[in-house]
Design a protein around this ligand. Structure first.
Ligand SMILES: *Cc1c(COP(=O)(O)O)cnc(C)c1O
Length: 388
């Protein structure tokens, strides 16, 4: 079924990888827990064609999940890692070596910046950040040793959309590998490989899993050559994922299209309300026409997720504390893409270097969950009572 490209991506994602008739008609792929895989004879052990060799390499469960991801992202093949961050570091390690130069978007996921600054530099790799608005101007930053351009679109916290086709055009001219952290769209609202990007990176922990109960990451490659290089590095590093996490995420993958669409619609209701609040100086959500990347977002994306970032007017620290702690539904917590609403403080000046963060107020990222938006707005409104 998954081979039929006439079917829509939603249909292919749901039905790929596993055929119930292979296993007593049971509708869900069996959860496979194993380290050891028994070979029937010496020839099978020695044959390079034996697919299942050891739990760390791959299992039928991992293959089922990966084939769904590959359909979701229109890729060649996928690889799983124990977290989104592990997927990022594996992709970077696979395509960088000592003496190379890497260009990373300034609004990347902060722990990816810490990895680049602390680990890549220690390996003798030159790390440079670029303005997310750079577009074709990235050509000016390309050096003889530039090996990778790393994008995250929309970027973390401010949701800056990069002009991917313009950046990819420059990368292809100089034979530079491109990768994009696609966790925000999670393969539903955007597919970077369709636009010439070599690797799409996913924090499966977020919308794909969707229920805040597992950590998982993945990388989807555009071709056999890219996949082989990625897979070799992952094997050298011992990158793999647990069966529980993979099976929970395989379940999430079946409903991701409806969950993300719904989350985006609900978040837009809240974002529009926040934009009118006198306590807030700025609302970041790419579906709002006031967002700096709104035009690019409309050009490239088919929807919006449940994330909103707000900048409060410059209130005293104590008022900010009361506001945050006064919320009853929104809890302070990391992550997003689950069923529950969360908020997380963002210390922007620490995460940006190419473009200095100038706004003065306290920054909070909201994850809009599946509670009734009316209740969420009422919660924000009552907590704002302390902002004076
Ligand atoms: C959370 C996140 C990651 C990391 O994913 P984990 O599964 O938490 O390791 C990577 N990129 C983005 C954009 C994220 O928000």
């Amino acid at each position: 079924m998954s081979k039929n490209k006439n079917l829509s991506k939603e249909t292919r994602t749901i039905h790929s990888g596993y055929d119930p008739s292979e296993y007593y008609g049971i509708v869900n792929a069996p959860v496979v827990r194993t380290s050891t895989i028994i070979y029937k004879d010496l020839a099978a052990y020695e044959s390079p064609d034996t697919k299942f060799r050891y739990g760390r390499y791959t299992t039928p469960l991992v293959e089922n999940f990966c084939s769904g991801l590959t359909e979701l992202e229109n890729g060649y093949a996928s690889l799983v890692a124990s977290s989104g961050l592990s997927a990022i570091t594996t992709a970077l390690m696979a395509f960088l070596k000592t003496g190379d130069h890497v260009l990373l978007v300034d609004s990347l996921y902060p722990p990816a910046r810490f990895f680049a600054n602390r680990v890549l530099t220690k390996m003798g790799i030159e790390v440079e950040y670029y303005d997310p608005k750079i577009g074709a101007g990235i050509e000016k930053l390309v050096k003889d040793n530039t090996a990778v351009i790393y994008m995250e679109s929309p970027g973390s916290a401010t949701y800056d959309v990069q002009d991917v086709p313009a950046i990819v055009k420059v990368a292809k001219k100089y034979d530079i590998i491109t990768m994009l952290d696609n966790s925000w769209a999670s393969g539903v609202f955007y597919n970077p490989l369709d636009h010439g990007v070599n690797l799409s990176i996913l924090s499966v922990t977020k919308y794909i899993n969707g229920h805040s109960d597992a950590m998982l990451g993945a990388v989807v490659a555009d071709s056999e050559k890219i996949f082989k290089q990625l897979q070799k590095c992952a094997r050298d590093l011992g990158v793999c994922a647990g069966s529980e996490e993979v099976s929970l995420s395989l379940r999430g993958l079946k409903t991701i299209h409806i969950r993300m669409k719904e989350a985006g619609e609900r978040a837009l209701v809240v974002a529009k309300w926040l934009e009118k609040s006198k306590h807030i100086s700025r609302v970041y959500h790419p579906a709002l026409p006031s967002h700096p990347s709104h035009k690019l977002w409309k050009r490239d994306f088919s929807g919006c997720n449940g994330l909103i970032t707000i900048v409060l007017k410059p209130y005293e620290r104590e008022a900010v504390r009361q506001f945050i702690e006064g919320m009853e539904i929104f809890a302070i917590g990391s992550s997003w893409g689950g069923y529950e609403s969360l908020m997380q403080p963002q210390y922007m000046e620490q995460y940006r270097s190419a473009v200095k963060w100038e706004e003065k107020g306290f920054v909070l990222r909201l994850q809009i969950g599946f509670e009734d938006p009316k209740d969420l707005i009422a919660d924000l409104e009552q907590a704002m009572g302390c902002l004076k």
